[in-house]
Design a protein around this ligand. Structure first.
Ligand SMILES: Cc1cc2nc3c(=O)[nH]c(=O)nc-3n(C[C@H](O)[C@H](O)[C@H](O)COP(=O)(O)OP(=O)(O)OC[C@H]3O[C@@H](n4cnc5c(N)ncnc54)[C@H](O)[C@@H]3O)c2cc1C
Length: 469
């Protein structure tokens, strides 16, 4: 096996300098979690990260990890179970994902969160102010400011405490694999252009998906090419390329996490609690165009389809206050993305949305809140109070966050061939592995990204540590 295009080289062409039991490609949430688990299991482990710092998409995220049956939930009197969580995942994905994997992840999710908190000092608490779309109960766990950068900071401190090595500015360009697809090592390109070959016993692919590869996005997910890319640019689809060349099966290649609320021109996500708690979206003409409450991921294409690829989130001071819990929203205030207006007329003037349509839309939504009128898109507005002046608005566009299709894996992250048999010593998790979001954007339930990153990371790291010959 020797092809540069696929990134797979014959082991005979390697010049191995060192041998590490478990190599992890990618230092985002999945990679660091996998490294912690492999180290705990007693294996020598090294993380290889292409960037100057280990951050990835995870550091750009809100950092919320869903888990069912945690003690944080019990302390708040929230009853949850792996079965209920798996049911929610499958409902959101309309049944179009692997039920066994969904249940396995749900079953392991509480252990992952409690392990991060208790063993690795990652400060996660239950987000009890909002119920995210698709979740039957509150089960998101996040850091104090609800940011992925805090999460990555805490994971990095844990890695440092345990003395696990992370080699940064280490772009993995090739895998060395024999004719049986046993991975013998990797080639790493250093910033000065030199290459280093490292041998391994097992390899964990934690280098996410292909959202940072415009050509692959255009090929596999053409519906989202007009959206703003707001993910990690270093995620070029390497796991997919290598996996395919080694005979791995790929699933849900068109699946992705979109977002219908990226502050236009600011690149700041305006998170979905604003919508779930009573806000709604209109286009530049002042008309609603969809059921915003189905989920933020599928809303990306809806927003991108509007004139100018933009929409306005319309809400009020009550929601403005609620949203200040989130660092992102506070950034949006600082970036002067938020418009406030004492009346509808002022709101119309500030947003340049025609007054007549805006007034009509607000009046219609008020009637939906009172239950006097049905939403033409099927949204139930009745559980929340009506909006009242002063009003707020923020101009948003649709975004692509990360891809959800990837390498088929079993319940511990072993990469599978088309016939369901595992490849000898290759593991994947997070965005590198096939997600649990079905075939498109509508199946993505909030938290699916970090659920698979942290839980598959933990399971794959531990399993890889057991298989290092
Ligand atoms: C704005 C935003 C908000 C989000 N909020 C949430 C949330 O609250 N909850 C949730 O569950 N999900 C959320 N997500 C999704 C979540 O961030 C991702 O699903 C998750 O971070 C993926 O983790 P990962 O470790 O697989 O990938 P990443 O964190 O992207 O890490 C992959 C790493 O691999 C490195 N890499 C890539 N190729 C190579 C190579 N060849 N050699 C070496 N290194 C390489 C990259 O540089 C990167 O550091 C959000 C995403 C965004 C963009």
């Amino acid at each position: 096996m020797d092809t540069t295009e696929t990134g797979i080289l014959a082991p005979s062409s390697a010049n191995f300098g060192a041998r590490i039991a478990v190599l992890v490609v990618g230092g985002g949430g999945c990679g660091l979690t996998a490294a912690l688990a492999a180290d705990e299991a007693g294996a020598d482990v090294l993380v290889l990260e292409r960037d100057v710092s280990a951050l990835g998409t995870t550091a750009m995220s809100t950092g919320l990890i869903p888990a069912a049956g945690t003690r944080m939930q019990r302390e708040r009197g929230i009853e949850d179970s792996a079965e209920l969580f798996a049911h929610d995942i499958l409902s959101k994905a309309r049944g179009a994902t692997d039920p066994g994997i969904a249940l396995a992840l749900a079953e392991s999710s509480a252990k992952t969160v409690e392990w991060l908190v208790d063993t690795h000092d990652v400060p996660l608490t239950l987000v009890d102010s909002f119920l995210y779309p698709g979740h039957s109960v509150k089960r998101m766990h996040g850091s104090p400011n609800r940011t992925g950068s805090e999460l990555m900071g805490a994971l990095t401190r844990a890695i440092e405490r345990r003395g696990v090595d992370v080699l940064t500015e280490a772009l993995v360009t090739h895998l060395f694999a024999d004719s049986e697809s046993v991975v013998r090592g990797v080639r790493v390109r250093r910033p000065d252009g030199t290459d280093e070959d490292l041998a391994c016993g097992a390899l964990v692919l934690a280098c996410c998906g292909f959202a940072g590869n415009a050509e692959m996005v255009a090929r596999y997910i053409p519906e989202i090419v007009d959206a703003t890319f707001f993910g990690h640019p270093g995620n070029k689809g390497d796991a997919l390329r290598w996996g395919l060349a080694l005979g791995a099966a790929v699933r849900d290649i068109h699946s992705y996490q979109g977002h219908g609320g990226l502050a236009a021109g600011r690149g700041i996500p305006i998170l979905w609690p604003l919508i779930m708690e009573g806000g709604f979206q209109v286009n530049q003409s002042g008309s609603r165009f969809s059921n915003e409450a189905r989920g933020y991921s599928e809303q990306a294409v809806e927003v991108v389809a509007q004139p100018g690829h933009v929409a306005w989130d319309i809400y009020d001071q009550r929601l403005h206050q609620l949203m200040t819990e989130f660092d992102d929203y506070r950034d949006a205030i600082e970036a002067r993305a938020i418009v406030t207006a004492a009346s509808i007329a002022e709101l119309s003037a500030a947003t340049q949305i025609p007054l007549a349509t805006l007034t009509q839309t607000l009046t219609e939504v008020e009637a939906m809140v009172r239950g006097e009128r049905a939403c033409p898109f099927g949204r139930d507005f009745t559980a929340r109070p009506p909006l009242k002046p002063p009003y707020c608005a923020v101009k948003v566009t649709g975004a692509l966050f990360h891809t959800q299709g990837g390498l088929a894996v079993d319940r511990v992250g072993r990469v599978l061939r088309e016939d369901g048999q595992p490849l000898p010593n290759l593991y994947a998790g997070g965005g590198a592995a096939r997600g649990i979001s079905g075939p498109s954007s509508w199946g993505y339930m909030a938290g699916n990204g970090l659920l698979t990153a942290t839980t598959f990371g933990r399971l794959a790291g531990a399993a890889a540590a057991m298989q290092t010959d």
